[in-house]
Ligand binder design. Sequence first.
Ligand code: NAD
Ligand code: UGA
Length: 446
Amino acid sequence: MQNICVIGTGYVGLVTALGLAEFGNTVVAVDNNAEKIHQLKLGQTPIFEPGVQEMLQKYSDSPQLRFETDIASALAGSTVIFIAVGTPMDNKGRADLQYVNEVINAISTNLSTYALIVTKSTVPVGTNNYIKDKLAQLTGKEAGTDFDIVSNPEFLREGRALEDFLHPDRVIIGHETVKARTIMMDTYRPLQLRSVSFLHCSLESAELIKYATNSFLAAKIAFINEMANLSEAVGANVDDISTALGLDSRISPHFLKPGPGYGGSCFPKDTRALVRMANEYDADVTIVKSVIEANENQKKRMIKKLLTLFNTATTKKQGLAGKTVTLLGLAFKPETDDVRESPAISIVRELIVYGAIVHACDPQSVDNFARIFPNIRYFSNVYAAAENTDALMVLTEWNEFRNVNFARLKNCMRGNVILDTRNVLDSEEARKHGFHFQGVGKNYTF
Ligand code: NAD
Ligand code: UGA
């Protein structure tokens, strides 16, 4: 078992720190956000992520996990250093490496004994080699002897991050020396004992595996959204298409749920970063480019569907003036408070352009959303949000929304339009209660 420092305590860093402690390692997690570390030291999670609060409690008095703001003291005594800082999209669609660079500088001034530097952040191909060269240049030390570099991309999903970290489908280890490989296998020893697949490869392959995986999953979603749109046009039901595709073992049933377009902190940025990366190498990635375009169209399409439900000309700006629309769900998916690149963001922007007043509710992400849209009205429950409004749109499939009481809704709303962009409501019940109802990819016969 290893002494580990995890740099960055966001969705990935915090879960990585907890997971590595759970695997028996001794972990210090460091972040330059003093407020986050203050909360973590008090045993409180700064993010909403199932199981994280309980796991923090478990380690609250344990020497196996501590939190720091001071990177120098966090690095002292750590053999394995995980980098888990953000790599957001810059204004050209590339991965912004400023936080990674800050961390490399900090590591370089604290590299006294051998350390294994592991990149968990998603970084473009070539970044780990760049880190290696930069560390060697800054410290005068030799890669492969005084330190090693590993690319160990992360595949956890928000909303089930701990579960994914503790029970991964596979662990990717891009490395260049036997020592690096041995330390990584020791770090993840409990997974080896459970026969989880480990793939050992080059730094470049590991880096590209991460982008390829996210782009492929994004493509699956874009594809089923396209089939949903086609289903609406030709009179088919996308649920049947999805089920049938999923029963083909070559396709698999996962990531075939149609919706308002994928969002989140990764698919949008990683597909764009892959395109930028390919451009730099003059490589053709037509499919990924189309996926990005199709996803943008899907978000816009939700507004067109709403306008159609209102019988309003789709091109007319201010076409929703005087209408109030209630949004159920703001997070990019359920079980998270994260709103980064949530489809709700572009949908609210469009609704405002069309002149609508927006009401919203979400079990966890109102605070984060209100930082982007301080002027829309937020409510703590569905019926308060729907009071006197003309339309309701389900944007995130939280369990709380699945069983709405249509009679109660009918009583409190002034209009009768429902657009369920996640296909979670009972369409038949909605129609029985007099709602003008639409889902995605469905044709209703009643
Ligand atoms: P995040 O923004 O939630 O967290 C990043 C953390 O790093 C923040 O707490 C920030 O304060 C800290 N930080 C930034 N600079 C620092 C520095 N110099 N020193 C110490 N701390 C610093 O980001 P995230 O969602 O956890 O993503 C991190 C990386 O993991 C990204 O590259 C992302 O693409 C990748 N990833 C994310 C997910 C996910 O589901 N969120 C899944 C897999 C991979
Ligand atoms: C995704 C990947 O699933 C993770 O493996 C990866 O580690 C992570 O990105 C990352 O690199 O950050 P995440 O963004 O947390 O995880 O959530 P997903 O469950 O993949 O959902 C992403 C988006 O796709 C959401 O907006 C979701 O609603 C949408 N989606 C997902 C669909 O519209 N249909 C589906 O069938 C599945």
